[in-house]
Design a protein around this ligand. Structure first.
Ligand SMILES: [Zn+2]
Length: 377
């Protein structure tokens, strides 16, 4: 049994001016309908989707006759979701907040790279841009789709189920340790994305601090540009690293072992704002990329207990904080074993994964299933 993974494909709509205006008008009207529905929900203290449908569907159709019934249904779902998170205040909706489409109001033509999408002026056929990876995702089972307006461009975010892939026969495990200085270190001792990338990240951080200090309007604009550039750099870095790691595992017929995500947060001590940024931004993306690419290649991913992977000695089993005197060094206080700290952690991850897959129940793919489930987006 294999796990199912859900990933999001991002598709840029290539709108004409008329199409753009139609989509914008649709977005604005639907969000106004959300405000209208939200007011009814708030006044009547009816927050559930079906309760709301009962009392608000008809008034909403009458108030917004231009909206299709399906978009009214989607708007009610959006309002109900907002109240699911918080019932203490009346929710209002941004005019250009994302709205969701389903197959009744959105159809895909992958061959011609075109969608047929319902808008307030009728259905429109709009071309879209998508790279090979996005196309691969779209070819699978497609779920809900969000229409988003970002910096004057319309995008569709599509949740896609990844088709199951036949697992390869693995002979061993490649342990991979994710860190801040060395983004990924494997149990062979290879470091992926080291000094050069760290240097570039420092440059970005330095520029950001300078711009933040300035605080002018143009500095704010440049800060935003910088954030975009940095995000693309990060995504590209993680793409390259994950590709390399997965290729290596594939070529050497090994599965990949990673720590559970929580382990990284516990282990890496950085200042709080940095911690959030690192944990969410870099690690999560790299793990997701590795898991996704491994999944596509049929390589099992095994998640191991992250506790003390950086403090345990693989030779004698001694666990001590003092085993890691600094960021880069591991030195066992009991047996004197010395290694690079990240390589040492990767070795521990590998041996833990080997202990897991040696249990017969897990060997036939359950480990894979677990990892796929917990890494799904
Ligand atoms: Zn030792």
């Amino acid at each position: 049994m294999l796990g199912v993974m859900i990933l999001t494909a991002k598709v840029k709509l290539e709108t004409s001016k008329e199409q753009f205006n139609a989509l914008k008008h649709t977005l604005e009207t639907t969000n106004r309908a959300c405000d209208f529905l939200s007011e009814i929900a708030w006044q009547n203290k009816v927050f559930g989707r079906f309760g709301l449908q009962k009392i608000a569907y008809q008034p909403c159709r009458e108030r917004f006759p231009a909206l299709s019934s399906q978009l009214v249904v989607r708007a009610m779902a959006k309002v109900a979701d907002a109240y699911k998170l918080d019932k203490k205040a009346r929710h209002t909706f941004k005019p250009h907040g994302a709205i969701s489409y389903d197959s009744r109001i959105l159809n895909w033509n992958l061959t011609h790279k075109q969608v047929s999408i319902w808008t307030i002026i009728g259905r429109l056929k709009i071309g879209f841009a998508a790279g090979p990876r996005q196309m691969e995702l779209l070819a699978g089972e497609r779920g809900e789709t969000d229409l988003c307006l970002i910096d004057g461009v319309f995008y569709l975010f599509v949740s896609c189920k990844i088709a199951d892939v036949k697992p390869i026969d693995v002979q061993d495990v490649l342990g991979v340790d994710l860190g801040i200085v060395n983004l990924a270190t494997d149990s062979d001792g290879e470091r992926h994305g080291g000094a050069a990338i760290d240097k570039k990240r420092r440059i970005y951080a330095h520029r950001r601090r300078n711009l933040q200090r300035k605080g002018t309007r143009s500095a704010k604009r440049r800060l935003k540009q910088l954030a975009g550039r940095q995000a693309r750099f990060q995504a590209n870095t993680n793409h390259c690293i994950s590709k390399h790691v997965v290729k290596k595992a594939q070529d050497t017929e090994r599965s990949i072992a990673l720590e559970n995500l929580t382990g990284i947060r516990e282990r890496v001590t950085v200042r709080k704002p940095q911690r959030a940024r690192h944990a969410n931004w870099a690690f999560h993306q790299l793990r997701t990329y590795i898991a996704y690419k491994a999944d596509m290649a049929g390589i099992p991913v095994i998640l191991v207990d992250p506790r003390n992977t950086s403090r345990a000695c693989p030779k004698c089993g001694n666990i001590a904080k003092a085993n890691r005197p600094n960021q880069s060094t591991f030195r066992c206080t009991a047996c004197g074993h010395v290694a690079n700290a990240d390589v040492n952690a990767a070795e521990n991850i590998r041996s833990r994964a080997r202990a897991v897959v040696n249990q017969p129940m897990v060997a036939n793919g359950v480990a894979k299933h677990d990892s796929a489930t917990s890494l799904a987006l």
